[in-house]
Design a protein around this ligand. Sequence first.
Ligand SMILES: [Zn+2]
Ligand SMILES: [Zn+2]
Length: 453
Amino acid sequence: MTAPIQSNLLDTSIKMLEQYTLCDRCLGRQFAWLSTDTSNSNRGFSLKLTLSMMADDDLKSGDHDRGERVIGLLASHGQFGPAQIIAEKNGIDYDKGGNCHLCTIEGQSVFNRIQDISQRAVVLAKEVEFDNFLVGTIPVPILDERQDEIRAKFSLLHAEIVKSDFSRELGKSIYEAIKKDVEFERPHLVFLYDMVKDELKMQINPVFIYGRYQKLVRGIPQSRWDCKECKGKGCEECNGTGRRYPDSISEYVGTVAQQFLKGTRFKFHAAGREDVDVLMLGDGRPFVVEISEPQIRTPDLLSLEKRINKESKKRIKVGHLKMSDREQSQKLKENASKNIKEYSAMIVTEDPTEIDQLRRVEAELSGKEIAQRTPIRVAHRRSDLVRKKMVYEVRLKKKKSNSIEAFFKVQGGTYVKELISGDDGRTEPSIASILGVSCVCKKLDVTAVYSSV
Ligand SMILES: [Zn+2]
Ligand SMILES: [Zn+2]
């Protein structure tokens, strides 16, 4: 034998309705985590219908007073149609006027706005390519406070907040209108509805494109470099351009990609950087370009590559483009100092050198860890630290009496010009310190960047 049913749910529902007007949905939401595959409206309706049937039973053959009281309550504070019909049949008085305590704004349930909001979402997203979306809601503080109060007063363990109920219902409605999936982890679009302002905003999440760039001409910085004097406003120093250098790698890539994807901004992330006067050759340096608010998410990457290469007029060249993500762009930067890089350099020495001296430099530097204090030339933008860097390989070839052709394989972030010159003892050891002659790097090219990302 099963024990007779004593319903806390029904008791609590009655107690809540004695104090507050609650629509089906808001009553049901107080028990939102009970039972599955239904809606809060159905939960509330079912509770009210069960109470109505019990009360009708009372009216017909039981505790008549109790029946009358419950029917009156359901007809008024419950706004419950079936109870209102029973009340009218039995001549039970009730008032009709109340608004739901938990969902009413300006005399209307906020849930009544859902159809209209989802139509607005359709209009906002009309020009945008996307496969999925997410809905967020900024609630009305007073409704939140009331929900908290009721939850505490009636010790409700299974209640849901208005915000998540509303967001889910709006999400379902938008799904019906646009037939795209809801995505929680990485939505392409986020619709944010502000209940107070009755305002729907759409956020288009960025797109990330990976590639590798070659820099084929010296004198191009990786990112836009403003004039030091006027900080970009334009002055005599910079002939009114506001810039120290007329172009940059990031702009060649980013501006075209932004237009191509119909975005509003771009950010350029790269696996390290080379100096302005250093070429980036070989297979290029990995980068990820991030396009904000793109209307296009699945660009034809081959056309994009051609467009970037055409517009940069052979100053840079990109390749290996593929779709990427935020994680990869972060890793690219984080791992830059672990990557192995290869350089070729032209070194000029103060005095002529002998071949056996060069062999000694190769032997002393290859496979060694060196210590580099931040070079004077970059001290204004990097903190003054001593960094340990691995030199994997150095090969030197004598050209004329005072010039050496050099090949380096080093850890990312090694200052190669200072590895050559010694930077007044700030890099130790260096080619200059081992040779005992002052050395200057006359020309430097990156020939390979090995990146794990
Ligand atoms: Zn309500
Ligand atoms: Zn200027």
